[in-house]
Design a protein. Structure first.
Length: 94
């Protein structure tokens, strides 16, 4: 049985929230200490999770300000990703 490290699971949870648009570009992530308390992990584990998100270019560290969602992490679409179906009229072959 393969066990995923805790920092990767935390990073994946944040990545899913960013992809779903629940965390907007520029939004601050919880502080490292707040994440430690919330998840019950060490400071090193919380930092490893945020570093993983940085490596995926989903968040960026702002000196003395914490971590923020990158502006390129959740690009806005100019048009809908799913196109509306075209209505095709079929003539009766009779």
């Amino acid at each position: 049985m393969i066990v995923t490290p805790r920092y990767e699971r935390i990073a994946e949870q944040f990545a899913q929230r960013i992809d779903a648009g629940l965390l907007a570009a520029g939004e601050r992530l919880p502080s490292l200490r707040a994440l430690c308390e919330r998840e019950g992990v060490s400071l090193m584990t919380a930092l490893a999770a945020y570093r993983r998100l940085e490596a995926l270019q989903l968040v960026e560290a702002a000196p003395r300000s914490g971590f923020r969602v990158c502006h390129t992490a959740s690009p806005k679409l100019d048009r809908p990703a799913i196109r509306r179906p075209r209505i095709v009229h079929v003539r009766d072959p009779r």
